[in-house]
Write a protein that binds this ligand. Structure first.
Ligand SMILES: Nc1nc2c(ncn2[C@@H]2O[C@H](COP(=O)(O)OP(=O)(O)O)[C@@H](O)[C@H]2O)c(=O)[nH]1
Ligand SMILES: [Mg+2]
Length: 233
């Protein structure tokens, strides 16, 4: 899955990706500030999670637009300590809603390891745009709750694709898998091939030459059949 980690400057996006990937990530930065992106890969129960951290300065909007393209989920990181960043968070949130309408999003209320961090209720009061979104208190520094937060997002993202994913699992290895997919989901060949390509890129499955047949990777099959499994850890 492709997950974008976004939010205002200094909220802890780079630290979050660093923690999730155990340090196996790259950060394109200048004097400690991300200017292009963070990138890293994590494996959650066999699911490949491609993480893209965005630059937090407002002027790098074009880069954020490029990185956002095709995202399956959004981690929106806010600073639980610095109330001055709330206004910037609001601007960023508007941008996210514009670039990625309808894409599942969880809010990571970061820096909860610090004594002066605000509670989720206080954050919701100060940032009204958070209404309706899951807000999860985390610390990218200690790692507390980060895994739960990510699993919640993966669950929401997979649920959006659940009808497609269950068909992937059902027709994996079938000689006429593509045709079955088109029939059951009532979609065109072009659209079905589009889905296969999208999730081949995310390493959920492999498409055979000619596109007629596909096979899902054994390690993710249980999750495709039953996304809620990702929450049971
Ligand atoms: N105490 C604490 N500091 C954090 C946490 N996450 C990030 N930081 C610090 O906040 C600053 C900004 O973090 P960074 O990941 O560069 O933020 P970014 O600009 O959003 O990528 C750095 O000094 C980090 O060490 C956290 O969970 N707790
Ligand atoms: Mg950064």
């Amino acid at each position: 899955m492709k997950i974008v980690v976004t939010g205002p400057y200094e909220s802890g996006k780079s630290a979050m990706i660093h923690h999730i990937t155990n340090g196996a990530c790259i950060n394109i930065e200048r004097r400690g500030t991300t200017i292009a992106m963070d990138h890293g890969l994590a494996n959650i129960d066999g699911l490949n999670v491609f993480l893209f951290g965005t630059p937090g300065l407002l002027r790098f909007r074009t880069m954020r637009k490029i990185l956002s393209s095709g995202a399956d989920g959004i981690v929106f990181v806010v600073d639980s300590v610095d109330a001055e960043s709330d206004a910037r968070a609001k601007l960023f949130f508007r941008e996210v809603a514009f670039f990625l309408p309808g894409v599942p999003c969880v809010v990571a209320a970061n820096k909860q390891d610090l004594e002066e961090s605000r509670h989720v209720d206080q954050l919701r009061n100060s940032m009204r745009f958070l209404a309706g979104l899951p807000v999860i208190p985390v610390s990218a520094k200690t790692g507390k709750n980060v895994d739960n937060m990510l699993r919640t997002l993966l669950y929401l993202s997979m649920m959006q694709w659940s009808s497609v994913f269950s068909k992937f699992a059902q027709y994996s290895g079938a000689p006429d898998g593509l045709t079955k997919l088109m029939g059951d989901l009532n979609i065109s060949r072009e659209q079905a091939v589009g889905y296969l390509r999208r999730f081949e890129l995310r390493k959920l499955l492999t498409v055979q030459v000619g596109d007629e047949e596909f096979s899902v990777n054994d390690s993710v099959r249980p999750l495709l059949e039953n996304p809620v499994l990702v929450m049971r850890k």
